[in-house]
Design a protein around this ligand. Structure first.
Ligand SMILES: Cc1cc2nc3c(=O)[nH]c(=O)nc-3n(C[C@H](O)[C@H](O)[C@H](O)COP(=O)(O)OP(=O)(O)OC[C@H]3O[C@@H](n4cnc5c(N)ncnc54)[C@H](O)[C@@H]3O)c2cc1C
Length: 438
């Protein structure tokens, strides 16, 4: 079945797609917003219903609208929150839902509960094929499909249901409930923000057993805290050499504190990233990234306090090490692992292991049918690092084709959090208006 041509088709109804649709609606441009995950208008991050899941950016930084900084903070304040505090993610989900409802009520945005299976050039625009078989013809296409599912972990190949490959899926919720009820041991592979979410879910479900979190370096996200900002001009920051920049950052951290030093780079991060050549960007990803991530993407102080308490109580153990193998027995999972630097391995018996290693970082290995169709058909190309799509300085991945959010991290690097994506969405909406001559 074929529908009338729409000006813009947006694939992905998470934060990126929703705010782009809303930006287009404000400009009087109609769009269809396609998302069949049941998370329309919320996406992965903001569809949680758990009160324990807090934003990791202060409410005052979470406006969905570029140029209207206190848009979300006003709502949070009306709910009794402090704009300098950290709201529940489900409140932000409600906020986004309201933004989508408004765009829909204005008649410019049409949400479609469907999954896009492929897309190809057609008649100067794009044709999107949905899982229902329906075809959508659009003048322009925007890809806002978010992060890819985590990479499969080879040590768990062949292990059955006791390995949860997707921590955001329904089997994960069921496993959390089961472990909590039985007080069993959980293994979280990965120690970043996904691990934090799982620990919070287990704790909120009343889990009193042991949680083991393991990653190669065992680094966990640091806490937000008040600090005296210490902004810098771009001209004060060394550019073009990762080694010199890193040395500068260490020195400055010692002078003004690491939070102030890291945050002072935020306004310049795009420029600094693009000033590194491919080899240096790869070096950053391989060596500096784990350190950068835990300092840059900080957690709410109340969450950090809870983690510290769980560690002190012996309920949460963080291991720097490597999984060697895993074997499922009748009612548990036997995992062999080795501490970093140790020569001997150890065994751990757990009820479930969860893949908390974070999103897939290799777009070329994606199994997603839509991205595969675009990549294999040569309509889009992987960026030089292979972590996202190649886009130009206006987030265009092809003719009348835009990409937003994590898909564009190869070009911009810092493009996964709300403050960055909202600016990108505003720029893309402006660009679409220009290109379509709307
Ligand atoms: C758990 C978590 C917590 C976070 N907390 C914060 C925070 O506190 N503050 C902050 O600034 N940032 C936070 N972030 C980061 C950031 O907000 C998200 O990465 C951002 O929301 C990305 O939005 P997105 O729309 O690009 O992706 P997503 O939210 O992943 O949405 C993409 C949507 O596209 C859909 N989709 C994918 N493929 C198709 C297809 N073929 N057809 C149809 N639909 C498709 C998916 O089902 C999904 O619903 C968090 C991220 C996560 C994962």
């Amino acid at each position: 079945m074929k529908s009338d041509r729409v000006p813009v088709a947006i694939i992905g109804g998470g934060f990126s797609g929703t705010i782009l649709a809303a930006q287009l609606a404000r400009r009087g441009i109609a769009s269809v917003l396609i998302d069949g995950s049941g998370r329309m208008g919320r996406g992965v991050a903001y569809s949680t219903t758990e009160p324990a899941h807090l934003l990791n950016v202060r409410a005052e930084g979470m406006s969905a609208w570029a140029g209207e900084p206190d848009h979300f903070a006003r709502l949070f304040e009306a709910e009794g929150g402090d704009p300098r505090g950290f709201a529940e993610r489900r409140l932000f989900g409600r906020y986004l839902g309201e933004i989508l409802d408004e765009a829909v009520a204005g008649g410019k945005t049409r949400p479609m509960d469907a999954t896009a299976c492929s897309a190809s050039r057609s008649d100067g625009g794009w044709q999107v094929v949905l899982d229902s078989g329906e075809r959508i013809d659009a003048g322009a296409l925007a890809l806002a499909v978010g992060n890819q599912e985590p990479e499969a972990l080879s040590a768990f190949t062949g292990v059955g249901d006791r390995f949860i490959g997707n921590p955001w899926g329904t089997s994960s919720h069921a496993a959390v409930a089961e472990i909590a009820a039985a007080g069993e041991t959980a293994l979280l592979v990965g120690t970043g923000l996904t691990m934090v979410d799982l620990v919070l879910s287990l704790d909120a479900a009343g889990h009193s057993g042991r949680i083991v979190a393991l990653s190669r370096r065992g680094l966990i996200p640091r806490s937000h805290a008040d600090f005296e900002p210490s902004p810098v001009e771009l001209s004060e920051v060394p550019q073009g050499s990762l080694r010199v920049l890193w040395r500068w950052l260490r020195r400055r951290s010692a002078e003004v504190g690491w939070r102030a030093a890291i945050d002072s780079l935020r306004p310049h991060s795009r420029h600094l990233w693009q000033g590194l050549d491919g080899q240096q960007q790869r070096q950053f990803l391989r060596h500096a990234r784990p350190w950068w991530d835990v300092h840059r993407h900080r957690i709410a102080p109340e969450v950090a306090r809870l983690l510290a308490q769980l560690v002190a109580d012996g309920r949460l153990e963080v291991i720097a090490g490597r999984i060697i193998s895993a074997r499922e027995s009748k009612d548990s999972l036997e995992v062999e692992y080795r501490w970093r630097g140790a020569s001997k391995s150890q065994l751990l018996d757990v009820a479930y292991a969860f893949n908390c290693t974070g999103p897939l970082h290799s777009i070329v290995r994606t199994q997603d049918p839509l991205l595969r169709s675009l990549l294999d058909g040569g309509q889009v190309h992987a960026d030089q690092l292979g972590i996202g799509l190649e886009v130009d300085d206006r987030s265009r991945a092809g003719e009348h084709l835009w990409a937003l959010g994590p898909l564009t991290k190869g070009r911009y690097w810092e493009i996964i959090a709300v403050p960055d994506i909202r600016d990108q969405a505003a720029e893309v909406a402006r660009d679409i208006e220009l290109e379509l001559g709307a």
